[in-house]
Design a protein around this ligand. Structure first.
Ligand code: ADP
Ligand code: MG
Length: 389
């Protein structure tokens, strides 16, 4: 983490300092040290930092330092791409707000009953964390107004501005005052982020935390060449070879996610699955049980690839290679969080090897730099990247 700046030297309230200590944080991470003071000054920020380096608190702390407790209007909004991530951000902000009396935080997401959310909104939250579709729905029904919003955060900003979301997100931004603070956070970025930044931010500060030794997630990445019909056997071999307490397996389709989970259960593994066709209440139970360590293997589509923070995920397995390069980085970034060490395995068939090459090329320029050492592709500390076991 960052040794130049301590939480104590950051001009934080005693309530936040107490909460940060209770959360076990000794010093701010680099992205926190760089963004918290600027965000507290009210600046618009466009921050890019590797996975698992504490971006949530980087925006959460300034949000809670700003909140006007006596004002019962919605003052601060965070948008997130998945329901699971919205809930997780809500939990992290609630932990940060533990010693601040009178902060009300509402999490608004699709799949939960509208009436329950209306009740939450009637309690006049100052802070709302939401997925865009459902927030827009509430705006259109007149359940929430954004005309007093001071700060708006897009977490996983590049994903929020992807095709599926950009229209809704733009409508939401336009419902807030034009002088609101707009803050963008992600581990990866793209052209859409620059466009939105250009259109809606005022004199933004660009902050990029390079994946240097100190701030790079420590993930040893293995690529295993397999035949399609051997994928499951290789997976079973991997699961048996190391007794992982917590492991995430990613597939590309809901069908494959279900099928693989059934197979694992049949083989005697305690595996559960997560994807968009599972009812939201069940999704919430699966996610929170996995976080609490109630079962060791989560098989998921990319709904769990972005932003999800589970302590001590030891390994990530790509059963299928993701169709988008960024998702490789986000998937493997579920391990190696908060300076712990993680490992990832990608099961790659001959047909997928072309994709793997593309991903490797992307990773060479992505926030987790790789380099050649004696002709072998390695992470910065010399760990071989490309390996067969
Ligand atoms: P990111 O959004 O960058 O992927 P998160 O905000 O999810 O990362 O944080 C990853 C983990 O690190 C979380 O469990 C979080 O509680 C923890 N964390 C955040 N800030 C610190 C800190 N300053 N010191 C230690 N751990 C931290
Ligand atoms: Mg995050």
């Amino acid at each position: 983490m960052n040794s130049e700046l301590s939480f104590d030297s950051m001009d934080l309230s005693s309530e936040i300092l107490k909460a940060v200590r209770a959360m076990g944080f000794e010093e701010p991470s680099t992205v926190q040290a760089k963004t918290i003071p600027l965000m507290m000054e009210g600046r618009d920020i466009n921050a890019i930092a590797p996975t698992g380096t504490g971006k949530t608190c980087a925006f959460g702390i300034p949000m809670l330092e700003y909140v006007q407790l006596k004002d019962s209007r919605v003052q601060e909004i965070v948008l997130a791409p998945t329901r699971e991530l919205a809930l997780q951000i809500g939990d992290e902000l609630t932990r940060l707000a533990k010693y601040i009396d009178g902060v009300r935080i509402a999490v608004i997401y699709g799949g939960q009953s509208i009436s329950r959310q209306i009740t939450a909104l009637k309690r006049h939250p100052q802070i709302v964390i939401a997925t865009p579709g459902r927030l827009l729905d509430h705006m259109q029904r007149g359940n929430i107004r954004l005309d007093a919003v001071h700060t708006m955060v897009l977490d996983e900003a590049d994903e929020m501005l992807n095709m599926g979301f950009v229209k809704d997100v733009t409508k939401i931004i336009e419902a807030t005052p034009s002088d609101r603070q707009l803050v963008l956070f992600s581990a990866t970025t793209n052209q859409d982020v620059l466009t939105i930044a250009w259109k809606y931010q005022h004199d933004p500060v660009e902050i990029t935390v390079e994946a240097t030794k100190k701030d790079r997630p420590q993930i040893t990445q293995y690529v295993i060449a397999v035949d399609q019909d051997q994928k499951t056997d290789h997976l079973l071999y991997l699961l048996d070879a190391d007794e992982y307490q917590r492991i995430m397996i990613f597939c590309n389709t809901k069908f494959m996610t279900d099928k693989l989970t059934s197979r694992l259960v049949k083989e005697g593994y305690d595996a559960r699955c997560l994807h968009g066709d599972i009812p939201q209440s069940k999704r919430n139970v699966v996610m929170s049980d996995f976080k609490r360590g109630k079962f060791p293997i989560l098989v998921s589509t990319d709904v769990a690839a972005r932003g999800i923070d589970v302590d001590d995920v030891e390994a990530v397995i790509n059963y299928d290679l993701p169709n988008e390069n960024e998702y490789y980085l986000h998937r493997i970034g579920r391990t190696g969080r908060a300076h712990k060490h993680g490992v990832s395995f990608s099961l790659v068939t001959f047909r997928e090897s072309v994709r793997m090459d593309e991903i490797l090329k992307y990773m060479l320029t992505a926030p987790t730099p790789l380099k050649f050492v004696d002709g072998v592709l390695c992470t910065e500390d010399g760990t071989p990247f490309f390996s067969n076991i």
